[in-house]
Design a protein around this ligand. Structure first.
Ligand code: NAD
Length: 302
């Protein structure tokens, strides 16, 4: 198959279902050979199965594409390292990493168990860091050997990470952390030919089918299915391709037919006394600045 990713190799984590599956199929349709990673866990992260990853590999091959399954846990050093070596051993190179794997353990903060905090931080935040680290180490070695790559990393954040989401304190914190990680990675790795961007998608998958049951049903009349995960993938494919040269350290929302560049924290109204404030002065000044500032965006579910 030929397209904007012809000759490139992409690894997609959590690609056995939902958005990751759609990204893997779309990358393959544009010519990429794909490492389809998935641990095959339940919607809250339990168990393990090689079935989902293998099924997507077979779908890609049935369409004439190239793919290999990787069923390791990307939250472990071994799993993340072997994701990269699977690409190198099977296809001889790695050009793009799509960090996407994850699951939810939603609770209100006062009911959120330490274990559910740790599991969600681990799968999303550490599950982004470790594959990024091992892929970047490979690409840095390539650059130092005089073969500077056209490498791409696409991280998966969420509206919950951008604005916060009631009942998802663990998930919102992890997804906001991914935004910080993206900015640092883009700044550190640009010199090695590596671009790093993040995405906040929205789509109907097993993760969201209950949350958005009322608005997310697939149309039955052949109309545009705005909540299909496949709608998010074209932006991922472009960001993974060499065509996205020069785009790094950015965050995009993608849903249905809409792509939005997200504009992050920026200095708003400011005051400088040139000396230390008293607490009362600090309060008075802060209240005045707040009246001049943009109102905060509502938190999801508030
Ligand atoms: N669906 C949405 O509307 C939405 C919105 C915002 C963000 N996201 C994010 O998009 C990503 C994909 O979510 P989805 O909706 O497709 O969910 P999904 O449950 O359909 O797919 C996630 C996949 O990740 C895999 N996975 C989980 N832990 C893993 C691990 N340790 N190693 C390897 N694979 C693992 C699961 O087995 C599963 O197949 C997630 O990061 C999610 O937080 C989704």
């Amino acid at each position: 198959m030929t397209g904007i990713c012809t000759g490139r190799v992409a690894a997609v984590t959590g690609a056995g279902r939902g958005l990751g599956r759609a990204h893997a199929l779309a990358l393959a349709a544009e010519g990429a050979a794909v490492v389809v990673n998935d641990l095959g866990v339940t919607a809250d992260g339990a168990g393990a199965s090689g079935g989902p990853a293998q099924q997507v590999v077979e779908e890609i091959r049935a369409h004439g594409g190239q793919a290999v399954a990787h069923t390791g846990d990307i939250t472990t050093d071994d799993g993340a390292r072997s994701l990269v070596t699977t690409a190198l051993d099977t296809f001889g190179r790695l050009d793009a990493l799509v960090n996407n794997a994850g699951f939810l353990r939603d609770r209100m903060l006062v009911n959120l168990a330490e274990e559910d905090w740790d599991a969600v931080m681990r799968v999303h935040l550490k599950g982004h860091f470790l594959p990024l680290k091992h892929a970047a180490a490979h690409w840095r070695a390539e650059a130092k050997a005089g073969r500077t790559p056209d490498a791409r990393v696409i991280n998966t954040s969420s509206g919950a990470g951008l604005l916060g989401s009631v009942g998802q304190g663990n998930y919102s914190a992890a997804k906001a952390g991914i935004l910080g990680l993206t900015l640092v990675a883009a700044a550190e790795l640009g010199r090695y030919g590596i671009q790093v961007n993040a995405l906040a998608p929205a789509a109907r998958t097993r993760m969201t089918e209950q949350t958005f049951a009322d608005t997310m049903a697939a149309p039955t009349d052949g109309d545009f299915d705005a909540m299909a995960p496949e709608n998010v993938s074209p932006l991922v494919v472009w960001l993974a391709s060499a065509d996205s040269a020069g785009v790094t350290g950015r965050v995009f929302e993608a849903e249905g037919g809409r792509i939005t560049v997200m504009e992050g924290w920026r200095p708003g109204p400011t005051a400088d006394k040139g000396a230390r404030w008293t607490p009362s002065e600090a309060g008075e000044t802060t209240r005045k600045l707040l009246t001049e500032s943009e109102p905060a965006r509502p938190v999801y579910g508030a």
